[in-house]
Design a protein around this ligand. Sequence first.
Ligand code: DOR
Ligand code: ZN
Ligand code: ZN
Length: 433
Amino acid sequence: ETFDATGLHILPGAIDVHVHFRDPGYTHKEDFESGTAAAAFGGVTTVFDMPNTIPTVADGETLKVKHAIAASKAHVDYGLYAVLGEDTIDKVPELIEAGIIGFKCYMGNTFGRIPTPSTGAMLEAFEMVAPTGKRISLHAETNSVMERRQKRLTESGRTDPLAHLASRPAVVAVEAVARAAILAEWTGARIHILHISSAAELGPLRDAKARGVDITGETCPHYLMLGEADYARCRGIIRVNPPVRESVNNEPLWAGLLDGTIDMIATDHAPHTPEEKTRADIWSVDCGFPGVETQMPLMLTEVAAGRYDIRDYVRWSAVNPAKVWGLYPKKGAILPGADADLAFVDLDHAWTLRDADLQSRSKISPWDGRKVVGLPRHTMVRGRFVMKDRALVADTKGHGRSVHAIQQMPEARPLHTDETLSAVTADRPEVAA
Ligand code: DOR
Ligand code: ZN
Ligand code: ZN
């Protein structure tokens, strides 16, 4: 087998820790085959799939069914998330047994209507998961705050796309990040903040890191590169949870990535059909859009523009995700691509993103017509090409494997225990009194 890599750079394949491949339950939007084909075209060699499929992945049996589906259809490697909810805490052992990459906790409503746990249930769930070492990824938005807003906006007749942004002000996320970090601090649970959308969330994230909490964060290209002006251009297509915010947030988010407050880039790849994205009433438009195959070109465009180095990008796209989820090779290897999960990219190739060209079943996104520099030309998963010369390689459906099997998460420890607390109060009688 020969191939031409003249003029190409070889990068570790990206690990996208946040995708919704909709299988089973919503395969008219996406399935494991189309989703992982999209990943392959995007230079992405591993994806972590979210549990808001039908039925919700919250018990061992459901997870086993999803594993069988993924194993038979995936072109690239994957991990599967399971939900940590109000009444499913006792399912933690069987979910770990059946093979998960981590837990997902929905603090706020979004697609799939998964009930959000109370703070009390979260505390118990965090206590349950902490000793297992598994990381809990959070959709950090506080339901009660945004639901009051949305109710008022709908009652007042607001139906323009910007009403969606107004319904979820940054405080909805800031409060949730801070609360989750406190629970992590007191239980020793490892947590990951999904889709950081605002400059304001960087405060509680930075504070928690400084306190020694094992907390990480991701942002997505749309929060870095889009702003309020894009609502008029995209209308409902841009609707996503959390919302794309005012463009004043873009630069602080870039700075947060560069200074290490934000650890990685993920996409929240959330496909819906064109029909579901263009409904007249903004409140009935499904949230999210595809992103797994456009992340690398969008982010490499900023390398070409000189905003950061290719090594920065690789740290955000592959090295940090691998370290944070225990997929980093132990011996001898220096990069996550060491088992030949590779993206062969043309860093100088200027081209235009077109929704019609997407591999995703959902051919509608805010990126249509966007000029980019940087093209994944071939993609290799564990030594085998799955995408070559911008075409899917035959017979690679089913090549993908679940990476939970190679995951190593060390045991986690709480920063506070009852002993340390009583030691503090014994030392300071005025506090004890
Ligand atoms: O916009 C979103 N879409 N945000 C989420 O958190 C879920 C996702 C989906 O599944 O459609
Ligand atoms: Zn989310
Ligand atoms: Zn999501």
